[in-house]
Ligand binder design. Structure first.
Ligand SMILES: Cc1cc2nc3c(=O)[nH]c(=O)nc-3n(C[C@H](O)[C@H](O)[C@H](O)COP(=O)(O)OP(=O)(O)OC[C@H]3O[C@@H](n4cnc5c(N)ncnc54)[C@H](O)[C@@H]3O)c2cc1C
Length: 291
């Protein structure tokens, strides 16, 4: 049942300082409202718990994709459409563009934001695995200044995060590199579009011939948080890609993830698919190296 609209309040500040002052002066009362694509679903279902929202959509300080020599920085309000249309992101961070193109439909891609996807903190969300594999860093802002948190340390438990109630997610920073990288992003759902992930996989590797120099692996829907698989990553550098390496990688990943049965899938299916996607990724690196 739809919520009773008059019991909600929405403020629209026109400058970041104004929004931050509101968050600081009345702690835990005001919550950010960005594209609203997660919040409106709760409102329509009569399950939106907080009543006071700050509409941050008009804050230019939270917009824009900026490129420097060593990083690409995206405002928290960057939409999926903006991600897909950016030439540098397409070239250097293709998994993020693919995640954006597989998120919802066009209306959601025009309105939903990366910041909202991150702070909504669903373990099944589609951009977090790509952001984790690219080693993103988050910049949070409050009336007292800014701080940065490696994204891998941001999600601390189911729907729990390293963000205070007086803070906004300001920007998402992606480190650039000149090294050749091998990327693999796979969203596995019931349908090709408009489906919530059963498993979402993102990995990036740097190779010297067929020897793994560095690898970063992240998965969604296999743990209470979007998971950077550090133990599996540690098992791989220095090894050539062969059957024994693939087997070691599968064993490490099986220990590291904790999938569950739920309405969308089963624990066993998620485990098998995750291991197969990792194997596919390593095999595809080998094929590309030999090409
Ligand atoms: C039909 C439909 C299909 C969808 N498909 C997908 C899909 O395929 N994959 C997927 O991952 N998601 C999907 N979603 C979920 C949703 O669209 C995304 O999570 C989206 O990125 C949320 O962004 P938003 O700006 O709309 O967030 P909002 O709804 O505005 O906010 C979400 C949460 O983030 C907080 N928040 C937002 N911005 C900030 C900020 N800058 N700082 C601090 N807190 C902030 C809000 O307070 C709120 O708690 C879908 C939703 C719908 C309705």
């Amino acid at each position: 049942m739809r919520a009773f609209i008059p019991s909600y309040e929405l403020m629209t500040p026109h400058a970041l300082d104004e929004a931050l002052a509101l968050l600081a002066n009345e702690p835990d009362i005001w919550k950010p409202f960005a594209g609203g694509t997660d919040l409106m679903v709760l409102l329509e279902a009569g399950k939106l718990p907080h009543t006071n929202y700050i509409n941050i959509w008009k804050l230019d300080e939270l917009r824009g994709i900026e490129v420097t020599d060593d990083r690409v920085s995206l405002g928290a309000l960057t939409t999926y459409t903006e991600v897909q249309n950016n030439a540098i992101l397409k070239k250097e961070f293709p998994m993020l563009c693919q995640a954006a193109s597989e998120t919802g439909g066009l209306a959601i891609q025009n309105r939903g934001t990366l910041g909202g996807n991150i702070v909504n903190a669903s373990p099944a969300a589609d951009s977090p695995p790509a952001l984790l594999a690219y080693d993103a860093e988050l910049e949070l802002v409050s009336i007292n200044g800014s701080r940065r948190v490696p994204y891998r340390d941001f999600h601390t438990g189911y729907k729990q995060m390293n963000i205070r109630c007086d803070e906004l997610l300001h920007r998402i920073h992606l480190p650039r590199t000149n090294a050749k990288l091998y990327h693999s992003y796979r969203k596995v759902g019931t349908r090709k579009a408009q489906a919530i992930s059963k498993v979402c996989f993102a990995a990036v590797a740097q190779l010297d011939n067929n020897r793994i120099e560095e690898v970063r692996i992240a998965l969604g829907s296999v743990a209470p948080v979007p998971l950077r698989c550090r133990d599996t990553e540690k098992a791989l550098p220095g090894r050539s890609i062969d059957r024994s390496t693939i087997s070691a990688a599968r064993t490490a990943l099986a220990t590291e993830i904790t999938p569950i049965d739920d309405i969308r899938s089963t624990k066993d299916y998620r485990l098998q698919v995750s291991l197969n996607l990792l194997e596919d990724f390593l095999e595809s690196c080998l094929v590309e190296v030999k090409a």
